[in-house]
Write a protein that binds this ligand. Structure first.
Ligand code: MN
Ligand code: MN
Length: 460
């Protein structure tokens, strides 16, 4: 009689699954590369630059013709493909993630002077809890396109020698009225104004008198450094993001803290997996989108036809005459996106049996949505059964999760925009704490397990 029948299920700790010295060494190496990636890639454009560098080094070529192919769209979204041993019409393995993150975008006419301070007005991008963005060092990143067509890249606040920027907040001494307000009323979007400077330019005289000398000084510096003027902000995309590098967190350095882990953790894991699995049975496709945090609309979002156009070209090159619908229907995809790890301080919004947990590997969300699964993809059990088999066979720890208690909130991902093609798709990613905050937390063990999970998927 067997001692243990394994009738019950218990999630498996990624720390225990990867307890060997060899695994821990590989985990540390992946974590170090991940920290560097997060620190250097604060915008979707910077992510694209990083991805291009990595795939070109691996032999990928621009244009969808050869066996290692890529295409970038406006340097905000990209399509990567590696030809498998089987024809495309028998299916493909796709991993899709998003490279955009919540942040504060500068308005198109951002600059003003008030109380001898030059400030920049912002319009937040994606779902943020506004108070988290006050009184922290911010960096400015962006692209300015001048009337001549010249493109200027702006980056101030990442180099330790650079100045940083910040948004002020009320001191407690004068906050008696503020603290009894509801959070949503206490923090107004129009007060998310970034401090840019305080010293005046030469005020001039008569007709040459400068009305806002502090703003003028800021403009002078911007002009000297980047050759831009105030009207150039009309054709600019400037983002204020948390300044400085990602860090290890905890005495045991087991966690990684930093901005943008939703969803750059999935970008990182998917890219590592793609570059590691270079002899696949089925063709591999990796997509990194923009605009997920604001609904996946726009030419660079997952709702655009970019993916379809790329597949059309790829099919023409790799398997002329193959029907696109056949290719799509035989595809399978991971919608790679982070999930909310159970927070010990906010357990009441989670349902423990089905909550994602830090340190248990990537978590799979069969469905997302809100109030009765509305807007969810809801993955099919045959696909999940297959995934269970390949991950368990490979010893990759993973768990199933759901975003919080039923009816306390909800959210969506790009899964449904892939599902419209008839392919199998499920949401999967590392669990994170403080999602959408300037300093999100993920477990080193989960990052490592997630890379290995994506590798298994792309290999089979
Ligand atoms: Mn996300
Ligand atoms: Mn998000």
């Amino acid at each position: 009689m067997s001692k243990k029948t394994n009738l019950e299920y218990e999630p498996r700790s990624a720390w225990e699954a990867y307890a060997s010295a060899k695994d821990r060494k590989a985990m540390d190496k992946a974590a170090a590369a991940y920290v560097q990636f997060l620190s250097g890639c604060k915008t979707e454009r910077l992510v694209m630059d990083y991805v291009r560098g990595r795939v070109e080094k691996a032999g990928f070529k621009d244009g969808l013709k050869g066996p290692l192919a890529y295409r970038f769209n406006r340097n905000k979204t990209c399509f990567l493909a590696r030809k498998g041993r089987r024809p495309l019409s028998e299916g493909f393995r796709l991993v899709g993630a998003h490279a955009d993150c919540p942040r504060l975008d500068l308005k198109q006419r951002p600059l003003y002077e008030d109380t001898d301070i030059c400030l920049a007005k912002t319009h937040y991008y994606g779902g943020i809890r506004k108070y988290q963005w006050l009184t922290i060092p911010l960096a400015l990143h962006g692209t300015v396109v001048k009337k001549s067509g010249e493109e200027v890249t702006v980056c101030i606040g990442e180099d330790p020698a650079d100045p940083v920027f910040t948004i002020t907040d009320l001191l407690p001494h004068l906050a008696y009225k503020e603290v009894v307000k509801k959070v949503e009323e206490a923090f107004e979007a129009e007060k998310l104004n970034v401090v840019l400077g305080q010293s005046p330019a030469d005020k001039g005289k008569g007709d040459d008198e400068v009305k806002e000398p502090v703003k003028r000084r800021v403009l002078e510096i911007l002009n000297k450094r980047y050759g831009i003027d105030e009207s150039d902000f009309f054709s600019a995309e400037m983002q204020a993001v948390p300044a400085g590098p990602a860090r290890y967190v905890g005495l045991d350095e087991s966690l990684i803290g930093g901005y943008g882990q939703d969803d750059r953790s999935s970008v990182f894991c998917a890219l590592e997996a793609l570059l590691a699995e270079d002899d696949p049975e089925y063709s591999q496709i990796v997509l990194f989108w923009d605009k997920e945090e604001i609904g996946s609309d726009g030419a660079t979002g997952a709702k655009s036809y970019f993916f379809e156009y790329c597949m059309e070209e790829l099919a023409e090159a790799w398997e002329p005459g193959a029907r696109l619908s056949t290719i799509f229907m035989n595809g399978s995809a991971l919608s790679a996106d982070v999930s909310a790890a159970m927070d010990p301080d906010f357990k009441d919004v989670y349902e423990p049996l089905n909550a994602a947990r830090l340190g248990y590997g990537p978590c799979f969300n069969k469905f997302t949505g809100h109030r009765g699964k509305v807007g969810a993809n809801d993955a099919h059990p045959d696909f999940i059964g297959w995934l269970r088999r390949i991950f368990d066979d490979a010893g990759v720890p993973w768990h199933m999760s759901e975003l919080g208690k039923v009816d306390v909130g909800g959210g969506g991902t790009v899964a449904k925009f892939l599902a419209v093609y008839g392919m199998d798709v499920i949401d999967v990613g590392v669990p994170v704490l403080s999602m959408h905050s300037p300093f999100e937390l993920a477990s080193k063990a989960d990052i490592y397990a997630c890379i290995l999970a994506f590798r298994e998927f792309l290999k089979r």
